[in-house]
Ligand binder design. Sequence first.
Ligand code: MN
Length: 201
Amino acid sequence: MFEQIKLPYAYDALEPHIDALTVETHYAKHHAAYTAAFNTAAEKAGLADKTAEEILSSLDSVEDTALRTALRNNGGGYFNHNFYFGELSPNGGKAPTGAFADAVNSTFGSFDELKEQLLTAGTTQFGSGWAWLIKAADGSLKIIKTANQDSPVMTGEGTPLLTIDVWEHAYYLKYKNLRAAYIKELFEVIDWDKVSALYEK
Ligand code: MN
């Protein structure tokens, strides 16, 4: 049984950056729906005993097309949202230190430039999707984009370190069409210590 991550903060804890109604709707409606549909599809496919990562990294082995699509969309939605809600914190926004900070500086030049490039990835993702910071197999940092509920876990191109949900449901209640404004505010509630810990793992 796949379960939503338990939010380590109250719905209104990310104010004023991310408003309470958005967090509640996003978590308790959207994420809940992906989770329920993923459980149904995984059960149907006989994969309920697997981890989400195992299912998402071997979608090709599911022969039934409708079932494969259901697992891709809802399993991706399940995994991506657990990752997203887990990386946010009311105490976020503080610049990283240590080995991760060194890697950011040598790859992007500065922490600000990393955020600038994530902002560009998020704003140029056409339609719904996600912007990601991943650690590639060779240990390098890379920024990528995925459409819909696709995830780097599906392609194996790297370990997710950070994700930015750029679906309209993630920001439209407060920011309307201003996706860039939402992403800039999201940076203020990202727990960079968590990102750093994932990098060092
Ligand atoms: Mn979302």
